[in-house]
Write a protein that binds this ligand. Structure first.
Ligand SMILES: Cc1cc2nc3c(=O)[nH]c(=O)nc-3n(C[C@H](O)[C@H](O)[C@H](O)COP(=O)(O)O)c2cc1C
Ligand code: SF4
Length: 759
């Protein structure tokens, strides 16, 4: 029986298994999981508590848990992650944190190290000996004027100079900052000078060397000695090696051109040019010694706003320039608004928020038009305006910069002989009584039919304008291509265009301001908008008096000028009659700004009627310049409204014909294709035989004899525009010749030479 039960046991077990296998398996799995968890928990606990510190004798003894401080102290050895969960390093480039310190460019001269004196070093190169003689003369002049802060110069012959000592590293002496003066002739043959220039080039491009190894210098300036008889212009080769040296030095010093490069012709003006340059360089070194730096706008020494052109030039000069060098300056967004006068001032500024009209019946005391604390003030200042007093402004126009670089003046040079680098553009009233569609200011400027602001005295305005203008000119001294002689000339204002923004005639003391200009022999061009007949009637002497004629009839004028005065047409017509009277005492000009779709089509006859009514001496016809702002676009203006030069020409011919039909003898006296501007002039008065030529041939005489204007004015006797007619209009400015002075270099937007095409 027992044996039988035993034999049945496997079967029973199998049966039990089949019946309970699920429970058995589940129980086993659960037990296994509990066991695993227990083992795992034990491991963690033991790791946390029992792991001995490295280098500590191993023992089975329970060790105390180290404090956080202790853990940090042994961080290299202790396995910290269980106390502070480890963060996995993110894949990707290693991130370096911390503050990057800016390299102290020019810190020596900007005060991080005390500089007690400037040491000028005069480098020269010579083959024939003349440049050495000039270098010695320069040294003698600086030695004579040496002080404790600007030392007597050392003179170094480049042929005997170790380049690496001076052009790879700059000399170092505690408390001394060095200023390099380079006097260089030009040779179109291979000389040591070519090797010197090649060395500068190599240093700049050597990737092992900082791109500006000479940035520790206080500054530098180059003077070129050349021969204009054989090499009349820079393009022909005049002083090209000096130009090249100047360019390399700008790069090697981190743009520390202390004074514009000077050039002199050995056969004519060298002595005079060198004298000017010496004076300029001398004053810069004195400024440096007195801690005033190189001046705003010169890289490495301050505000670079006005040096935007340098960036352009460098891009064009050196396409391999590194990002490091470029990143020194923020690219400056150029607006197309530089030629302010052309477009009635085109930068949008919100004046409206500042001047809310009071609902009170008690008249509020007058307020400043543009207070210093206003956003308008900040905005205008940022855009390069200098706000003078509380309602006047001054700004350097792009033509002034262009003329300083020998790249041409504005149309007023071709028509009237005004060199742009001698001209100051300003206004004594930023406010106006129109909202012209082609003006950026509409709806945003302080407008009004009467003057309702505080009035600044004219002497304050005049002094502030000059100060602002000269300050801006000085900012340009480090800009590449600025010519030393033009820079020196620019430090004496000869002309003032009162036309920047607003309505100059609105200023209650306009006559006093004009008299102040004239007393300093600064000629005056005043532009007004034919809305202030009373002020026009009482206007005193002006060298040239403009009236903007933006439309030929009432409807068109309302559409385009959007005047504030209800009686705008009556005012306009009265101004025409006053101008007719004034033609005997003033040189009067109509300025027509052509806006396609607004005031060109079929208006020639209407304009001819206005000319017949006012009989201006001249009619300037100019295509509008689109300023590309949203405000202009909001006024319905786009590039489509800018006429082509051909269209301006066609219009002028139509106007000339319309005038002739009325028996008015006007003809085309000059043109400036570059500004899309053409000048019609009264033949009776300005087309005549020249007094100087003596050949009896009649010629256009649109230029002004400024000296004669002041002579007449100071004589006290009555005089008229015929009394200060200048020399004949230059051949290159006449109709069909284009109007660009061939002595200037014409360049495109990138500074490349441009071929002048004329019809
Ligand atoms: C062979 C030769 C080539 C010259 N090439 C130029 C030139 O390309 N551009 C220029 O402006 N002057 C040129 N010159 C004029 C010299 O720069 C000028 O005479 C200068 O005063 C020479 O200076 P130095 O006497 O110190 O050597 C050249 C003169 C010579 C003799
Ligand atoms: S007249 Fe003077 S301000 Fe006007 S565009 Fe010419 S240079 Fe500039």
């Amino acid at each position: 029986m027992d044996a039988m039960r035993v034999s049945q046991l496997p079967e029973e077990l199998l049966y039990l298994w089949h019946t309970h296998r699920t429970e058995v398996l589940l129980t086993a799995g659960l037990l296994f999981a509990i066991a695993r968890l227990a083992v795992h928990w034990r491991k963690r606990t033991s790791k946390q508590i029992w792991t001995p510190l490295a280098l500590t004798p191993t023992s089975e003894k329970l060790l105390p848990i180290p404090s956080a401080k202790e853990q940090l102290a042994v961080a290299d050895h202790y396995e910290a992650p269980l106390l502070k969960p480890a963060t996995r390093p993110k894949p990707g480039p290693k991130r370096v944190t911390g503050t990057r310190r800016a390299k102290p460019v020019g810190s020596k001269i900007d005060g991080s190290e005390a500089i007690t004196c400037i040491q000028p070093l005069i480098f020269y190169y010579t083959l024939g000996g003349s440049t050495k003689a000039y270098a010695d003369k320069l040294a003698a002049s600086f030695t004579a004027s040496a002080t404790q802060s600007v030392l007597a110069p050392e003179v170094l012959d480049l042929a005997e100079t170790e380049y690496d000592d001076y052009f790879l590293n700059s000399p170092k002496k505690t408390g001394t900052a060095y200023f390099y003066l380079l006097l260089l002739p030009t040779y179109n043959i291979d000389t040591n000078l070519s090797a010197f220039l090649a060395n500068l080039d190599e240093t700049h491009h050597d990737f092992r060397i900082d791109t500006a190894p000479l940035s520790g210098l206080a500054g530098y300036s180059v003077f070129g000695v050349g021969d204009k008889q054989e090499w009349p212009t820079e393009q022909d080769g005049f002083c090209t090696q000096a130009v090249e040296a100047d360019r390399w030095m700008a790069k090697l010093t981190g743009r520390k051109r202390g004074f514009p490069m000077g050039t002199g012709d050995v056969r004519s003006d060298l002595e005079a040019r060198l004298e000017e340059w010496t004076a300029g360089v001398g004053s810069v070194m004195s400024d440096l010694a007195e801690g005033r730096g190189l001046g705003e706008g010169v890289a490495g020494s301050g505000d670079a706003v006005e040096s935007a052109d340098e960036e352009d030039a460098d891009e064009q000069d050196d396409v391999t320039e590194t990002a490091t060098t470029k990143s020194r300056r923020k690219p400056i967004k150029r607006s197309r608004t530089d030629d302010l006068e052309d477009m009635k001032a085109p930068i949008p500024v919100d004046f409206t928020t500042t001047f809310k009209t009071s609902s009170s019946t008690i008249p509020a005391p007058p307020k400043p038009m543009v207070p210093e604390s206003s956003p308008t003030y900040t905005s205008l200042t940022k855009q390069g305006y200098t706000i003078v007093g509380s309602h006047s402004g001054v700004k350097i126009c792009r033509w002034t910069k262009s003329a300083l670089r020998g790249r041409g003046s504005c149309y007023k040079y071709s028509f009237y002989g005004i060199a742009s680098h001698l001209c100051m553009e300003a206004t004594p009233s930023l406010s106006c009584s129109n909202k012209c569609v082609f003006c950026w200011r509409h709806g945003t400027n302080p407008v009004g039919t009467t003057w309702r602001w505080t009035v600044d005295p004219p002497d304050l305005i005049f002094a502030g304008m000059k100060e602002g203008h000269y300050k801006k000119i000085k900012m340009l001294k480090g800009v590449p291509g600025v010519r030393a002689e033009r820079f020196s000339e620019a430090m004496r204002i000869r002309h003032c265009a009162l036309s920047l923004v607003g309505e100059p005639i609105f200023y209650p003391h306009i006559n006093e301001l004009l008299a102040m200009l004239h007393r300093e022999h600064i000629s005056s061009f005043l532009v007004c908008n034919a809305q202030h007949p009373d002020q026009l009637a009482t206007l005193g002497p002006v060298t040239q008096l403009y009236v903007s004629i933006d439309a030929s009839n009432k409807d068109s004028l309302r559409r385009i000028d959007r005047p504030l005065h209800r009686d705008f047409w009556e005012r306009f017509c009265r101004c025409m009659d006053i101008l007719r009277q004034k033609r005997f005492t003033h040189r009067t000009v109509f300025r027509l700004t052509l806006v396609k779709g607004f005031n060109i089509d079929e208006e020639a006859e209407g304009y001819a009627d206005l000319v017949e009514r006012a009989l201006p001496g001249f009619v300037e016809v100019k295509g509008v310049t689109y300023c590309g702002t949203s405000t202009a676009a909001g006024a319905g203006l786009s590039m489509q409204n800018v006429p082509f030069y051909d269209e301006v020409r066609t219009f002028v011919l139509a106007l000339e014909a319309a005038l002739l039909r009325r028996g008015l003898d006007y003809g085309i006296g000059a043109e400036h294709a570059h500004s899309c501007c053409i000048l019609l002039a009264d033949r009776q008065r300005f087309f005549k035989p020249s007094a100087t030529s003596g050949d009896g041939v009649a010629r256009w005489h649109t230029l002004i004899d400024y000296a004669a204007f002041f002579r007449n004015l100071e004589s006290g006797a009555p005089f008229g525009p015929e009394d200060y007619v200048g020399a004949p209009t230059p051949e290159w400015a006449l109709w069909g010749a284009g109007g660009f002075d061939p002595r200037d270099e014409r360049v495109d937007r990138k500074g490349r030479p441009k071929v002048v095409e004329v019809a």
